[in-house]
Design a protein around this ligand. Structure first.
Ligand code: G6P
Length: 488
């Protein structure tokens, strides 16, 4: 917060941090969407105030927002302004569903889903980027605001804002992986995307590896000067500093921890709700229903566990929370159906009258419900095929103040670089994940405690305020340098 004294902060993201929806009785409910980006950026915005510009996608009811499309949030605290932009169906189809989620999402995750590039989606993507850039310029009260641009929905926006506000400090954070130059090079508009991003003052990724991939991509496709020593790319008149800033979560404060129901209460509540016997061990998965999350591979590992270690039959349940996401896209619908089929097949193969090994809860759960499940689960399984960071694994550890529980984590999630005490697996290797499940379910309490305590220490220190603080400190240095240079 101190780093921002006197500076104006504007965040731009596609996903809004709060959804305002009207119930049937006319009352308004406020919900939080399932988004790693929102989980991470929202606490930072609460601390530093300013304006958050987002697409009013989840707030179906436009009238519940005031006449200027502006509302102070969070409800009851009103720390910052949420400014919504409303997109037409055509804009949403081309920019969000089309170019962002059928093009850039599979392109960057290299998840064996072939990216789709349509000329019309690209046009909408450009137009919507321009609309958001115009909104940033309109919101700015100073010539040099700090603009925090979030994610792959806005690759073109940094250069668009730079054109109008040359003195702005633009921090762009790419929340998903950046692939190698060959993979990225198949995008027909690779040059335009790179040029757009290089309008940023600072461009952040989760890991050094993604930074290296980005710099190599620029080197391959643009005539830019690259200073490897300082990670600076000079292109035309702009300099962009490329750095890794591993994102994280807000570490729960003492008051939050004190308010939590005990682990025993959570165990009982979850087992009662799902109709599981008291002595049943639970492993959980909590994801958006997305093909990058490795849910198929995870179910195959559960199946292999039951085959290879039949002692778990009747004694273990795998509970998968899968929040529906981007369901208008065929890839997502096919994927959801496939998971339902595999679940049924495994349940038919191993289940009996009183026991089903897999529980699929295909609906959005609020954070209290998710925390209850984390505290009730002996194991949490994160098997993303590729993930920028992944925050579920960090949330699970943060929920385990009893220092019990085991985390199984994909080596292809950015988080695997920090969370060394998890059981790290290759999610494509079903046997290895099944063995890790068995090992987790039989791990002695002392070993669990040792691993969990260390994981918790890492996450508590490298929390989301450190993520934002590191970026803002670099922004502060860059602003100071500019002020000094302007005086010369
Ligand atoms: C990922 C992306 C975010 C996005 C979230 C949820 O974490 O990096 O930008 O908000 O998924 O996806 P959705 O499309 O529902 O916003």
């Amino acid at each position: 917060r101190t780093q921002l004294r006197g500076d104006e902060v504007i965040v731009v993201s596609n996903r809004e941090p709060y959804l305002h929806q009207r119930n049937e009785d006319g009352s308004v409910v406020v919900k939080r969407p399932a988004s790693g980006l929102v989980t991470a950026v929202e606490p930072v915005m609460r601390a530093c105030s300013g304006t958050w510009i987002a697409h009013g996608s989840g707030s179906a009811d436009r009238e519940v927002v005031d006449a200027n499309d502006r509302i102070r949030v969070p409800p009851g605290h009103e720390d910052y302004t949420l400014r919504r932009l409303w997109l037409t169906e055509e804009e949403e189809a081309g920019y969000y569903y089309g170019f962002a989620n059928e093009g850039l999402w599979p392109l960057c995750h290299v998840a064996h889903v072939r990216p789709v590039f349509r000329e019309s989606d690209w046009q909408r993507y450009r137009e919507v980027n321009q609309r958001f850039a115009d909104a940033v310029v309109a919101e700015a009260r100073s010539e040099d605001p700090i603009v925090l641009v979030q994610d792959y929905h806005f690759a073109l926006l940094p250069a668009m804002v730079r054109a109008k506000l040359p003195r702005a400090t633009i921090l762009t954070f790419w929340h998903i992986p950046w692939p190698n130059p060959e993979s990225f090079g198949i995008c027909p508009w690779r040059r335009e995307l790179l040029e757009g991003m290089l309008g940023s003052t600072i461009l952040g990724f989760h890991t050094r590896y993604h930074c290296k991939n980005f710099i190599e991509t620029v080197d391959r496709y643009l005539e830019a000067r690259i200073e490897h020593e300082h990670s600076v790319v000079s292109y035309r008149d702009d300099e962009t500093f490329i750095e890794s800033y591993p994102i994280s979560i807000e570490w729960p404060d003492d008051e939050t921890v004190a308010r939590r129901p005990s682990v025993d209460e959570c165990r009982q509540a979850v087992r009662r709700r799902l109709g599981l016997p008291e002595d049943q061990l639970i492993a959980c998965g909590v994801d958006r229903f997305d093909y990058t999350k490795g849910i198929v591979e995870r179910l195959h590992a559960v199946e292999r566990l039951l085959e290879k270690y039949p002692r778990w039959i009747d004694r273990f349940s795998f509970v998968q929370v899968a929040a529906p996401t981007r369901s208008s896209l065929p890839e997502y619908r096919v994927f959801q159906d496939r998971i339902k089929e595999i679940t049924e097949r495994i349940n038919t193969r191993f289940g009996n009258d009183h026991w089903q090994p897999v529980r699929l809860l295909a609906e959005h759960h609020d954070s209290d419900a998710v925390n209850e499940l984390y505290r009730a689960s002996e194991v949490c399984v994160v098997t993303s095929l590729h993930d920028g960071m992944n925050l579920v694994c960090k949330e699970y550890c943060a929920a385990r103040d009893d220092e019990a529980g085991v985390l199984i984590l994909s080596r292809f999630a950015g988080a695997a670089r920090e969370l060394n005490e998890a059981l790290i697996v290759n999610p494509y290797h079903v046997e290895e994940t099944a063995d890790a499940l068995h090992r987790a379910l039989t791990m002695p309490r002392a070993e669990q405690r040792e691993r969990m305590a260390s994981l918790r220490m890492t996450i508590r220190e490298a929390n989301v305020f450190r993520w934002a603080g590191l970026m803002l400190a670099d922004a502060g240095r860059s602003r100071l340098r500019e002020r000094i240079e302007a005086r010369v």
